[in-house]
Ligand binder design. Sequence first.
Ligand SMILES: [Zn+2]
Length: 382
Amino acid sequence: MTFFYKNFNISLVFNIKTFKGDIFINLFGTKRVCKTLSILLFFLICFSGYAQENAHISSETQQWNDPLERADLLLFSSHADDEHLFFAGILPYCIANGIKAQVVYMTNHNDNPIRNTELLNGLWAVGITNSPVISPFPDLFSESLEEAIRVYKSRGVSEDDFIAFCTENIRRFKPQVAVGHDINGEYSHGTHILSSVALMKAVVLAGDPNYHSESFEKYGIWDTPKTYINLWKERPIVLSINEPLVFFNGKSAFQVSQHGFSYHKSQHWTWFYRWVYGTEQAPITSSTQIRIYTPGRYGLYRTLVGDDSQEAGDFFENTLLIKDIIEEQFEEEQIIDIISIYDEQEKIESEKQYLKFLIPAFIVLAAVLLLLLFLKKKSKRE
Ligand SMILES: [Zn+2]
């Protein structure tokens, strides 16, 4: 291959076997710019290889929408990764079934920005495309509710700030179903417990116009029909998260969440990794293989629409999803359209009938007038 660069005739002899193999054997003939060009080309090839490998997840390919206007399900996750671990299966299940799910994080990871990137990549990988809501509260470690309240107080955040934050999001997204952490914080994480307690209080307070006037004025009140708490013992339910889903090419909702956690590399050193993936000899492919904090086991903590039946495999029994409401509205609109078309046709028909009567009447009248005129003229001549 020969390039002409200004007055230099630069001979380039490519000997590329693979993109990652021995690229630079006899690459350039000679003369100036060659070295610079070769270095640039090398980086370009390396970068294009890297870009290709990461294309499916690069921020350029992620086109995030605004948070939902209204959600079927509101998931309160304490940290970036809990949505794929203790709440494993929920988000892919929703995506595969056309259920609108909004994620709200109770803490942020602004002090560890890589976790914010992992958060978005993980959500995107399980099919979420609406931006999550992330609280202004920092991620602080504690091992009980009391300790959590104390450590957050030392950073200027009160328990009521957590409750008000939950309340605001409930009023904003008006969900049919709210889902929160285990009251024991799964593995006794203080922030998980605080999040659980805050949600339990918020689902009641969100319906009270006297609580937190700021969000009341913005969004009004909302009384959430169903609230589920992870691992809650009363009115238990087991989600169907291990069935193969056509939407995810045969992967189960649980397996898609496992894939979501694969993007949280900064957390792979923790015990969560083995808990959710198992070992090479005994890999976990179903949530039923997990002995403690088994994902998919919830309890109906609060309900305005009655208890679930035994066989319910999801959160949405006795509720109406947004897609169902839209379908109903569409059908109603179609009925209204049909009625108005019918009315219009009836109007045209009655006009036709009217014309049918009017035209002969007009002809008769004209004939009578002509006759009268003829008689008048005849009498004048006589
Ligand atoms: Zn957590």
